[in-house]
Ligand binder design. Sequence first.
Ligand code: F6R
Length: 616
Amino acid sequence: MCGIVGYVGHRPALDVVIAGLRRLEYRGYDSAGVALALPGELWTEKRAGKLANLEAAVADSDPPPATTGIGHTRWATHGGPTDQNAHPHVSSDGAVAIIHNGIIENFAELREELAALGIHLRSETDTEVAAHLVGRELPRCDGDLAEAMRRVCRRLNGAFTLVAVDSARPDVVVGARRNSPLVVGVGEGEAFLASDVAAFIEFTRDAIELGQDQVVEVRRSGVTVTDFDGQPADVRPFTVDWDASAAEKGGYDLFMLKEIAEQPKAVADTLRGRIDRDGRLRLDDVRIPPSELREIDKIVVVACGTAYHAGMVAKYAIEHWTRVPVECELASEFRYRDPIVGPRTLVIAISQSGETMDTLMAMRYAREQGARVLAICNTVGATIPRESDAVLYTYAGPEIAVASTKAFLTQIVAAYLVGLYLAQVRGNKFGDEVRHILDDLAETPAKVDLVLDTVEGVREIARELADSPSVLFIGRHVGYPVALEGALKLKELAYMHAEGFAAGELKHGPIALIEDGMPVVVVVPSPEGRSVLHDKIVSNIQEVRARGARTIVVAEEGDEAVIPYADHIVWVPPCPTLLQPLVATVPLQVFACEMATAKGHDVDQPRNLAKSVTVE
Ligand code: F6R
């Protein structure tokens, strides 16, 4: 949540910062602001609403030609999305500007302390407290902004990234992080600070990962990193392996449309390089020794939202392949229920951003209990993979649309690779069995391509049903989490009431919801071998239809059994049941995207949401 950019160098800082904010707007978009630092002068502008409002305000003003600046795009926590609450916040003497991502938990007592000193706070935010504290500390440490920041950080509780500039020394930008993301970009005679690399990838691919509780000073001449006590800190440089165009719309009207279309490549990239010449899985990034993996007696997947649905899908496959019990738990619930985890538990933390606070806290808790943690993540250098014992990266590339699409498919693929690897290491499956499944997986990018070629029909159905007050999604087995995911996409994009149910549960209550004309989307498993699963869901379609539902059936090509009961059919290519989510989810993504478009909503930036949820 919240996008942060800082720049010092030789370019016009305002342009660099606004360009960075544009790329980070998906992190929060209820207000935005910038501050420019020049000798003896601090210039700020901030506006409620989307970044465009700030850009218009900047265009109407006369910004000074600074080469040092900071900028922020906000997702409100403390204080509503107003001009006043927008960042940056400025110290009472007007010299220091600060932007912040996270929550300062002890802000109320710090606020009281400042009030007692006669300092009037102009906003309702927790951030402004930090601005005043740094401003007051600065003269006590000879104007050393980094030292002032360290002293203040030692007093703060909670999660925060803070970035500050000072008009007395405009040659430096200082950042600090605890639990919230901050990366450094290093260019020729310039440096960047940002919530993620997308903000500066246009200028440099050389980046530095910061650790927990570190303070960084960036200057044209270089970067200095210390811990909160001022001791030099170890940092990890890395090179960003995608270029700026990966974070552009590339001719599509929406990032979401582009990301849906990128799914075949994302799946193929996630599979690539992980199978050796003998057809054996090689997961070099899983650094947990095979001897320990053989001892695992329980797997717990922790994740949120769409990533949680990927975990639910993975549970079916991993249990089936390894015979190890798998629990899949919402990360936000996990650590509050005294879960049973220990040294023989493998926790799989799934997160696209690698920064989701609920998931981070769940995995930290699991590690404290002695569990091994394996992260499935799309963002190199993010906190979750950095704090895990092992990581399997998904190669989806940057996902900019707030609603997750390509990350979901790659998370399923990565979790399947983990399951197969465990089965291989533990001897649950023979090499040729693993190879057979890997071959099936290798065919899925082409199948997703086929689905993408035929989604025009889905768009038509979505437009026809756009005025429905409510849509239900049902599925069985791995089709159940797919149904949940279809409903989530519709809620977040089309702002419609949508529910996903296990089809077998309908008769235990939810079927009472069905009334004449209500759309019910049914995810039908493969009819291969006339499976019981398939027959059962065909009965479920008949049951809802008998009660007036309008059925939209997602079924395998050639599945004639569903035809009599389908008001609309969406065909997907044949796939083994466990792999079907990789194809069946795609039409549901298109369905939600088109419905939201038909309703005139902002698909890439739905209301109230932010891409990276860095607060609990
Ligand atoms: C929904 C969506 C969210 C995320 C969730 C977890 O479309 O994007 O539900 O899946 O916030 O985010 P990550 O994967 O970054 O941990």
